[in-house]
Design a binder for this molecule. Structure first.
Ligand SMILES: [Zn+2]
Length: 131
């Protein structure tokens, strides 16, 4: 009997509530610092680069490239865990979906896709995009 990989429910707290509310509308947000001007992920109430509390949440284009990846071959079915560097600069840990596990390489362009958990939450993942 095949068991599908379960998608973890997002853990929503005060810092991430706005982020997950945007995901529910299929929008990917990242943090943007008004202190040093850098973009970051995951969103939080201060900048992880300069510790400034002057941060905003802004919408990402949802496109990026694979920075590194690992194929979880022992899982059933196997899946791809990857760090994706968004066009805006930050790198986020996610999954690559909608392709064979051997079909993608580091540097490949990807785009965000929102995958539903069992309870109906939408979680951002990535799929191969046209170059
Ligand atoms: Zn900063």
């Amino acid at each position: 009997m095949t068991s599908l990989n379960k998608i973890s429910e997002p853990e929503i707290d005060q810092d991430s509530a706005q982020y997950w509310a945007a995901c529910a509308e299929r929008k990917l947000l990242h943090g943007q610092c008004r202190g040093c001007g850098k973009a970051f992920w995951y969103p939080r109430s201060f900048c992880p680069l300069c510790a400034s509390p002057a941060v905003d949440l802004v919408e990402s284009s949802g496109v990026g490239v694979i920075y590194s990846l690992a194929i979880m071959r022992k899982a059933d079915p196997p899946f791809i865990l990857a760090y994706v560097t968004l066009d805006e600069g930050p790198t986020m840990l996610s999954n690559i979906v909608d392709c064979a596990v051997d079909a993608v390489r580091i540097g490949d362009p990807v785009e965000v896709v929102f995958v539903q958990t069992e309870k109906g939450s939408l979680v951002p993942m990535f799929r191969p995009a046209a170059p």
